[in-house]
Write a protein that binds this ligand. Structure first.
Ligand code: GDP
Ligand code: MG
Length: 418
């Protein structure tokens, strides 16, 4: 057997990549990223551990895989799986998540990137990754999104009246992925400029016949500034003049060193025209998401971001938001900046009217009387009274700041004029 990449082995053995990395940590195996290769001996060791732990798990506690069954515990001699008295654990094995992921994260580039490597919230449910597609004009951002939308949104749904909610949910073999379908930097940067990081992963699309262009650099700079993990999709590989190798060389000076050159940047060749490579791209997105261990609390106070909003002549104000934490319900009072509204209707990305929506769900909201600003944070209020008070407070704060500024400017003018 030849060398095998970590994520490939994880897939083969049916465990999460993050768990595989924990096992490697517990074995003291050095690796650079989840695409590092493992030698045969290590692979055998892992298989033994997994076979061992699964036979133990069978006569141990019920299924409680994700949280408690960490690799360190499984590598330990006792079947400590989900049983409470951890203190009696004879081995000085490191405690699961917190401390461990903090240190391991330093070598684990993918995981080290966003704040998503949570040290506290490991028991919260996973949430789908939110992905944005950026790149130079005409490199194929819209085409790629169209292809994914056409092939990865379930047929029945795609046949329905698709609502434009600023994002859509693609179903992949590894779960849901949310794509922001307002490609380009506009969406990303206006939202970012307002302090909200809406995307968990940035796909930088680079046409194989054109390579790195000014907006490619700009997009990369934005993603890096936002500390969002980057996946490079080299598009248009179907073209005769495609030069994938040139693109791979050209991104190196931008500090994106492809894995095959010993770096850590995931690069996938795709064709938005033929669909070649798109499955691999989705796989890589899921992989990066898995390692980032994205979680959110559906019961927490609501937090969301406005992606875009518009006024429809018949419907009125429509706001597209992505729920980040908590859950929105029809009837809730929402506050966005200095505007508030009561949700009259919620629509998901395939046009269904829904009653509520949890983390990583893009929805369209009907109920604001004025269009909220893209990038603004969405929170909820208990009732109309509280919503009004919140808005009034914000308006007052803004006016105070404006007054203070005016005053300053005046006195400066006075001084200069004197
Ligand atoms: P955007 O400006 O980045 O959104 O690029 P578009 O998706 O609008 O694509 C620009 C042009 O490239 C269009 O004419 C597309 O048909 C074409 N295009 C996009 N993807 C591919 C591809 O994979 N192969 C080929 N041959 N053409 C593509
Ligand atoms: Mg476009």
């Amino acid at each position: 057997m030849s060398k095998v990449r970590i994520y490939a082995l994880a897939k083969e053995l049916g465990v999460e990549t993050a768990k595989m990395l924990e096992i490697l940590d517990s074995l003291g195996v050095q690796y650079k990223s989840s695409s590092s290769t493992l030698d045969e001996e290590t692979v055998e060791a892992i298989k033994t551990i997994l076979a061992d732990s699964s036979s133990k798990a069978e006569d141990a506690a019920p299924e409680d895989s994700s949280v408690n069954a960490s690799a360190t515990q499984e590598a330990a001699p006792e079947p400590v799986a989900a049983t409470p008295p951890v203190a009696s654990n004879p081995t000085p094995a490191p405690q699961p998540s917190a401390a461990q992921s903090a240190t391991a994260g330093e070598e684990r580039t993918l995981a080290a990137q966003p704040a998503a490597v949570t040290t506290t919230a490991t028991e919260l449910p996973h949430r789908a990754p939110v992905v944005t597609i950026m790149g130079h004009v005409d490199h194929g951002k819209t085409s790629l999104l169209d292809y994914i939308r056409k092939t990865k949104v379930a047929a029945k749904e795609a046949g329905g009246i698709t609502q434009h909610v600023g994002a859509f949910e693609a179903k992949t073999s590894r779960g849901k992925v949310v794509f922001i379908d307002t490609p380009g930097h506009e969406a990303f940067t206006t939202i970012r400029a307002r302090g909200a990081n809406v995307a968990d992963i940035a796909i930088i699309v680079i046409a194989a016949d054109d390579s790195v262009m000014p907006q490619t650099r700009e997009a990369i700079a934005h993603a890096k500034a936002a500390n969002v993990p980057i996946i490079v999709a080299i598009n248009k590989i179907d073209l005769a003049q495609a030069n994938v190798d040139k693109v791979k060389q050209d991104i190196i000076p931008l500090d994106l060193v492809p894995e095959e050159f010993g770096g850590e940047t995931i690069v996938v060749g795709v064709s938005a025209r033929s669909g070649e490579g798109v499955e691999d791209l989705l796989e890589m997105i899921s992989l990066v998401a898995e390692i980032a261990d994205l979680r959110a609390d559906p019961k927490a106070a609501l937090k969301g971001v406005v992606i875009e909003s518009r006024v429809d002549k018949q419907m009125g104000v429509l706001a597209n938001i992505i729920v980040q934490e908590g859950t929105v319900h029809v009837g809730d009072f929402l506050v966005v900046g200095e505007k508030y509204g009561k949700i009259k209707a919620l629509t998901n990305s395939v046009g269904d009217r829904i009653k509520d929506a949890g983390p990583s769900t893009p929805v369209q909201i009907l109920g604001f009387s004025e269009a909220p600003t893209a990038g603004d944070t969405v929170t909820s209020a208990k009732n109309e009274h509280q919503a009004r008070e919140l808005v009034a407070g914000r308006t007052q704060d803004r006016r105070d700041v404006e007054e203070a500024r005016k005053g300053r400017r005046l006195s400066l003018d006075d001084i200069l004029g004197a």
